[in-house]
Design a protein around this ligand. Structure first.
Ligand SMILES: C[S@@+](CC[C@H](N)C(=O)[O-])C[C@H]1O[C@@H](n2cnc3c(N)ncnc32)[C@H](O)[C@@H]1O
Length: 301
């Protein structure tokens, strides 16, 4: 991508994608654009057992100055963009799916503009940002949609200022892909032998991924030259609950999705937080949140 190139606009949103975007990314973008209107609601992003963990990692931006600029990659329906702009931070909300960026813009505008928010379509692996220009990069539930996550880490490092934070939230752990999901697929085939997933019915990113283990993150950071700040473990019992609810709700309209009462959600979160402290078991979380930073550069060392 080059500054000398011209890029199209869609309804005021710049489309900063290379002309040779690969098929995998085009399919994932198309799926998410079509799913954009109901994505946050259908994935129960407003439930306490989900949102509590989003608050955890957003809190690492609390100390940012009002002049801070944060790029959100794979912003989806814009929930984090709303939270960040309400902290007074300038947000660049980006996604590869134009439908998602439009949904995010609507959510931010409906909430009321209190700080500057910019909306763009771009690919996580080719961030259209100047070197050392960002105070933070946030990517939530989107790293596993990328064919080469290490390319995104390298792009994020290039764009971050020294000391800038990279937050990778809610990325799937590997073990369910070798245990829970094959078992569910096996029983699914027994119950519905004729059923097959039609093209466009699911995200190719979700279908192809096999999640990450803790070593993957260490490898990505080492290759990208970033420092690990923390690796949080998210969901134990809640992972099974979410999987069961997704199955029960799969054909229900968004306005009638079933969820647990708020008090049980709080009890489950407390229970999962306790499980995350038990050695060995703690690594069988369903998701990870990684916080890393670009090291300060010490000249003359
Ligand atoms: C599971 S959704 C997560 C959305 C949002 N962050 C959330 O937490 O609800 C994954 C998002 O990543 C986006 N995505 C997939 N591939 C991408 C890529 N190569 N570059 C940027 N975004 C991408 C999708 O369009 C989708 O909005």
């Amino acid at each position: 991508m080059s500054c000398k190139s011209e890029y199209p606009m869609d309804d005021g949103i710049p489309i900063l994608l290379p002309s040779n975007l690969d098929k995998f990314k085009m399919l994932d973008a198309e799926f998410h654009s079509n799913a954009a209107d109901e994505f946050a609601e259908r994935n129960m992003r407003f439930s306490y057992r989900v949102s509590r963990y989003h608050e955890d990692y957003l809190s690492c931006f609390f100390k940012c100055q009002n002049s801070a600029v944060i790029l959100e990659v794979g912003c989806g329906g814009g929930l984090e963009a709303v939270r960040l702009k309400n902290m007074g931070i300038t947000v660049i909300a980006s996604d590869i799916a134009i439908g998602m960026v439009k949904t995010a813009r609507k959510r931010v505008n409906d909430d009321g503009q209190t700080s500057h928010t910019i909306f763009v379509v771009c690919d996580a692996e080719q961030l259209p940002c100047q070197d050392h220009s960002l105070d933070g990069v946030l990517i939530v539930g989107s790293l596993h949609h990328l064919p080469a996550p290490e390319r995104f880490i390298a792009a994020a490092k290039r764009a971050l200022k020294p000391g800038g934070m990279l937050v990778i939230g809610f990325e799937p752990n590997r073990w369910p892909y070798y245990t829970v999901y094959p078992t569910l697929r096996f029983f699914g085939r027994l119950l519905h032998p004729r059923r097959c997933i039609a093209p466009g019915e699911a995200s190719v990113g979700d279908m192809e991924t096999t999640g990450f283990d803790a070593d993957d993150f260490d490898r990505f950071l080492k290759a990208g030259g970033l420092e690990k700040v923390s690796l949080q473990r998210i969901w134990y019992i809640n992972g099974f609950i979410q999987t069961a609810l997704a199955y029960i709700n799969r054909e229900r309209p968004v306005a009638r999705l079933l969820d647990l009462p708020s008090a049980s959600q709080r009890a489950l979160v407390a229970c999962d937080d306790f499980l995350s402290r038990i050695p060995i078991l703690r690594d069988f979380c369903w998701h990870w949140t990684l916080i890393a930073k670009r090291p300060q550069e010490h000249h003359g060392d």
